[in-house]
Design a protein around this ligand. Sequence first.
Ligand SMILES: O=c1[nH]c(=O)c2[nH]c(=O)[nH]c2[nH]1
Length: 285
Amino acid sequence: MGIVLGANQYGKAETRLVHVARAGEPHTLTDLNVSVALAGDLADVHLSGDNGHVLPTDTQKNTVYAFARQHGVASVEAFGLLLARHFVDSQEPIHAARVRLESYSWSRLGPHSFQRDGGEVRTATVTYDGSTATVVSGVTDLVLLNSTDSEFVGFIEDGYTTLAPTTDRILATAVTARWRHATADGDWDGSYAAVRSLLVEAFVGTYSRSLQQTLYAMGERVLTARPEVVEVRLAMPNRHHFLVDLSPFGLDNPNEVYFAADRPYGLIEGTVARDDAPAAGLAWW
Ligand SMILES: O=c1[nH]c(=O)c2[nH]c(=O)[nH]c2[nH]1
């Protein structure tokens, strides 16, 4: 029996970077969480303890900060591309890089004052293998709710089914969406704002027969309107809202009073893609 080293990568995870662009007033604030992963000719460090091919994760962290100073942070996608290309192109043993970025948004209160927004987080994942860069943009924790125009009927009923079919329910979710770009060039901020709006519009505008149907409609809406996007992956927890039985108190409940359960939840996940989408390469690494 032989034992072999399998797939591996390493890097500095969750480097917290706050960048203040101070060129005049008003200041611009960027608040990021950056995770780097590198892969390549790394057998020796695992098998013999030779660190000769290891760019320390501490150095990776320093590079994140130095690049913010040297290049600024135009967008998460652009900053990720700079870093991913740098690590692979500057270090011979490193053959591939993945940079994951989360961006926390702050609202402006004044020329140099900000308030942290709760809720959704913009994301990007950039990969680079020495020749091809891929960019996946995304959003997490985009919490949406429709108070009607949602039904769930016609499902399988077996000996364990207790769920009653309903033609009027709350549909609520916290969307995690990631979308793959056709190329590594783009108007990243413009594209992000447009895709986010399309996702929300499709959720709002779709009469839902299931969260699965809504998920597909959201992905389809993005791909129909945005030629730069070739694949959308969505994960949508069904944040169940259960009608409370008020009959013990002599009260009816015409879809007004709900218990918002936090777990368990249905988790609906799916991919919507162009049938001629180029190969994903490392995009989903
Ligand atoms: O939109 C839904 N999809 C399901 O698959 C499902 N299953 C369930 O119990 N409720 C729901 N709702």
